[in-house]
Design a protein around this ligand. Structure first.
Ligand SMILES: Cc1cc2nc3c(=O)[nH]c(=O)nc-3n(C[C@H](O)[C@H](O)[C@H](O)COP(=O)(O)O)c2cc1C
Length: 174
């Protein structure tokens, strides 16, 4: 019975779900590059190596990934908060997006960010539309691993960094 769930309350709950920030990128057959900032990314299966991300079907990137059939999930380091902000703008002309960051072409043709702490080059296996978004399931064909660096995190509407909790001290104090 979802008619009792207020969408604002749903969003408030989801604001508390901290996540790693990624850029989902693609290159259409005509060569044009697209990309957006995304936190809705999840590992699905190690064998075969598969992941999923959720894209708003009204985004330009959704259309581009659907037609290209490939995408790359670039996991950002905390040093790339500015790049995350840049790629989150829906008003920015597509041609300007890739002026931020240093890029190379992955095996599928999707752009890989040179400073990503991990980059998963994928072939689109399946897209499942639910409400405003689509679950994009990708088979991972290549993984780039960057220099070990701290991930960029997003929670409560702000970017931040990971700090390890001292689980034993927390238990002892509890
Ligand atoms: C931190 C953060 C996380 C986001 N996560 C997602 C996401 O998981 N999926 C999505 O479709 N949009 C997400 N967005 C919104 C897109 O980045 C935004 O709508 C973007 O402008 C779409 O660009 P495009 O139209 O060029 O594809 C997120 C934005 C921010 C700031």
């Amino acid at each position: 019975m979802d008619q009792n769930v207020d969408p604002q309350r749903f969003k408030e709950g989801m604001r508390r779900l901290g996540a790693s920030v990624c850029l989902i990128t693609t290159r259409r057959p005509d060569g044009e590059r697209f990309g957006l900032t995304a936190t809705a990314v999840c590992s699905l299966s190690a064998a075969p190596p598969t992941l999923l991300c959720c894209l708003n079907t009204s985004s330009r990137s959704f259309e581009a990934v659907s037609s290209a059939g490939v995408f790359c999930v670039n996991v950002l380091s905390e040093a790339d908060a500015g790049v995350a902000h840049h790629f989150a703008s829906g008003d920015r002309p597509v041609a300007e997006k890739f002026q931020a960051g240093r890029w190379r072409e992955g095996p599928t043709g999707a752009p890989m960010l040179e400073t990503a702490i991990a980059a998963f080059d994928c072939t689109l296996e399946q897209a499942v539309e639910v409400g405003t978004h689509a679950i994009m399931i990708g088979r991972v064909g290549e993984i780039g691993l960057g220099a070990s660096a701290q991930p960029l995190l997003y929670v409560q509407g702000g970017y931040g960094r990971f700090t390890a909790a001292d689980a034993e001290a927390t238990l002892a104090a509890g």
